[in-house]
Design a protein around this ligand. Structure first.
Ligand code: GLU
Length: 307
């Protein structure tokens, strides 16, 4: 049976990945630990803030908490510690900065893990007030939701096993199984531009990574920011191959019609970039995956619906 050796390999590889994730990184490799709470900035809460023109803000204010959709399995970006239930990562910090500017302190934020495929519906049906989770701003999505920002610029890349030498870019994916999250711009690009690749989709990237480590797929594709985090946690097993082949500007997703909130969030992003919060937050989170802080992209502040 062909599956037996593969499963055996999985049993060997996964504990190795976990050991590295626990902090046993090689010398010279980026630290494999998560953000240290002591390094995280705290943000000035604008307690007098009021935005009656925003239906979302008004409802959240009455409720007494801001509900933010996030990812919970993306190292250094949006990760939930299963032992404590605490969320950490750069997107989580962006959410905290935005909340502080809207008058909500950290204990008034409720994080909800929402998969890539469910972001637009969760925002449209009011299940969440905001979404902060590697969410690329694009024209198609702007038909359904609003975007503040961008607050970060990523690019699509490929994650492969360390012993893989045949995949150096998306053109090498012909005939190969490539895994990504359903509803992501990553899988859409593969399907549109690389029709000879064999796409495989799951709800989350961490399932794709498990599939890579157990030889069920040949590569994982999504933003370099996400892939570098997985690679940094298990550098013996996986590597990011080649160069980024797209531009993925990350926005804060919100209800499409709520322009007052969108502009308030644009202002918040600019303010936290200017006062150094953005840079400090980056250094304490995404910076741990080994990439020095880039200059954040200019905030778009588009007029009308943007469609
Ligand atoms: N940034 C891409 C997207 O929004 C990929 C990452 C993700 O699925 O969150 O689709």
């Amino acid at each position: 049976m062909r599956r037996t050796p593969r499963l055996a390999a999985a049993v060997l590889l996964v504990p190795a990945a976990l050991a590295l994730a626990a902090g046993c990184g090689r010398e010279g490799s980026p630290p494999a630990k998560g953000p240290r709470p002591g390094d995280l900035p705290s943000y000035h809460v604008d307690s007098g803030f009021s935005l009656p023109a925003s239906p979302t803000w008004t409802a959240a204010h009455r409720r007494g908490s801001l509900v933010v959709g996030v990812k919970d399995d993306q190292p250094y970006l949006g990760e939930r510690d299963p032992a404590t239930g605490t969320y950490s990562g750069f997107d989580i910090e962006i959410a905290r900065m935005a909340a502080a500017s809207l008058g909500f302190p950290v204990d008034r934020i409720t994080f909800k893990a929402i998969a890539s495929a469910n972001r637009e519906t969760s925002l449209a049906n009011g299940q969440i007030d905001l979404y902060v989770g590697t969410y690329t701003i694009n024209a198609l999505r702007k038909r359904q939701v609003g975007f503040a920002g961008p607050y970060y610029l990523a690019g699509q890349g490929l994650l492969v096993r360390s012993d893989e030498h045949g995949i150096g870019g998306p053109r090498d994916l012909a005939g190969k199984k490539v895994c990504s999250a359903a509803g992501s711009s990553s899988i859409q690009r593969i399907e549109a531009d690389y029709p000879d690749a064999r796409p495989v989709t799951y709800d989350t990237y961490s399932v794709c990574v498990d599939n890579l480590l157990t030889y069920q797929v040949d590569a994982v594709t999504t933003d370099d920011s996400i892939l570098l985090g997985y690679a940094a946690k298990a550098p013996e097993e996986m590597k990011v191959a080649g160069r980024p082949f797209s531009k993925e500007p990350y926005g804060i997703g919100l209800s499409k019609g709520d322009t007052a909130l969108r502009y308030a969030l644009d202002d918040a992003v600019v303010a936290h970039e200017r006062n150094g919060d953005w840079k400090r937050a980056y250094a304490a989170t995404l910076g741990l995956s080994g990439v020095p802080a880039p200059t954040p992209p200019p905030v778009d502040r588009y007029r009308g619906s943007g469609a």
